[in-house]
Design a protein around this ligand. Structure first.
Ligand code: MLT
Length: 386
């Protein structure tokens, strides 16, 4: 007999499916107290690894440094990196007035036309191999940074992305690549129920192809309550900086937070639907902030907020998670490493997250229920007269 995991009551309705189990996720898990785990291990254990190694683990289930399949996997990614020229051509015809996330959504639908094999597993590898070039093209195009350099996948997954991206006036290329690597590795996957992942799996449940399903995921990621939170958070940190400047102390920051909350203003970058301790990704980014940029004004503000806000938020018993989430730190670190362009932050999130979503789609379409796959998503809504 199957176990009763959850009882649906009136209170669960219209509550964003919070806590309602709907399936299995094999790639990652978000523990309320211990944070994000990829394939059973804390994300902290992956924070120093190369993207290819972490991606291999998410794809295959484990990585121990010399996993026999890793070499072939990594070479496979390099071989498949070449993007269909039409995808580039059409990206560069899109309106520059659009938010870059719109360009990413369109780019994925062009990929559905020119790259799709109709096989979820093959397209999962295909999108992982090609997405760095897609994102480099769309940012260069949107920002007016000139022609994208020819892809050279042999440089390494994130090194090649940074090589293609024509970021102007980069002072320290090595630190830039290191921050991009860390940001990328920390954003691959976040359990099965985050909105973009859930949406991608829902769309694929109608047997829609991989690339179009990922395009739908990127629409969900664009929302300010999900992936665009990193862009919103940097605007918030800048606003605080304008208000207090460089010389603010911890106690002054605490006062400012309290006054802000009393005035009914929001505090961005704190709390999470599942987490009840500080987001491990925020901790890792804060450590990078302390290591590389502790004197950068925006990083300093983010670090002070991270230190002082939880105490003030805890004064409100209704707040279940008063701790920093990934978005508090990520924008400040990206700005400090030479990428002060918030409108591209969510696209960088998407560059990473398509990996976890694509792998979860492969699970649901090809592996779940003994290989039969999950049925089309069709939840029940109760009729209520308006
Ligand atoms: C994520 O990384 O997807 C966000 O933290 C949101 C979530 O997990 O719901």
């Amino acid at each position: 007999m199957s176990e009763v995991l959850f009882e649906v009551t009136d209170d669960n309705l219209e509550s964003g499916l919070r806590g309602v189990p709907v399936g299995y996720c094999t790639t990652s898990r978000v523990d309320p107290d211990k944070g994000l785990h990829y394939r059973g291990k804390s994300v902290r254990e992956f924070a120093h690894l190369r993207p290819e190694e972490v991606i291999y683990c998410i794809m295959e289930g484990s990585f121990d440094g010399d996993s026999p399949g890793f070499k072939g996997f990594s070479e496979g990614l390099q071989k498949q990196a070449k993007l269909h020229p039409k995808v580039k051509e059409y990206i560069c015809k899109l309106p520059k007035e659009s938010h870059p996330m719109k360009l990413l959504q369109h780019a994925l639908t062009f990929m559905a036309t020119f790259e799709s094999t109709g096989n979820y597993a093959a397209d999962c590898m295909g999108v992982i191999a090609k997405i760095p070039e897609v994102v480099a093209i769309l940012i260069n195009y949107h920002a007016g940074w000139g022609e994208t350099k020819e892809s050279n996948p042999k440089l390494g997954y994130i090194e090649n992305f940074c090589h293609m991206l024509n970021v102007p006036n980069l002072k320290n290329k090595e630190v830039f690549i290191e921050v991009m690597r860390l940001f990328n590795v920390l954003h691959y996957d976040h359990g099965g129920g985050n909105l973009s992942t859930f949406v991608g799996k829902a769309v694929a449940s109608s047997h829609e192809d991989m690339y179009s399903s990922l395009s739908a995921s990127m629409c969900a990621l664009e929302g300010p309550l999900h992936g665009k939170a990193n862009q919103v958070c940097l605007a918030f940190i800048k606003e605080i900086y304008q208000e207090v400047g460089d010389l603010v102390t911890g106690d002054q920051m605490e006062d400012l937070i309290r006054k802000r909350l009393q005035a009914g203003k929001l505090l961005y970058g704190f709390g999470h639907a599942v987490l009840r301790k500080e987001d491990t990704r925020a901790t890792l980014l804060a450590e990078a902030g302390e290591k590389y940029f502790k004197d950068h004004p925006l990083v300093r503000i983010a670090l002070l907020l991270r230190e002082r806000a939880p105490k003030v938020l805890m004064e409100n018993p209704k707040i279940k998670d008063p701790y920093a989430n990934v978005d508090l730190m990520s924008g400040a670190i990206l700005a400090a490493c030479g990428f002060p362009y918030p409108e591209y932050f969510t696209v960088l999130f998407g560059l990473a997250r398509v990996i976890g979503i694509a792998r979860q789609i492969v699970y649901e379409r090809c592996e779940a229920r003994g290989g039969k796959g999950t049925p089309i998503i069709r939840p029940k809504y109760l009729y209520k007269a308006a």
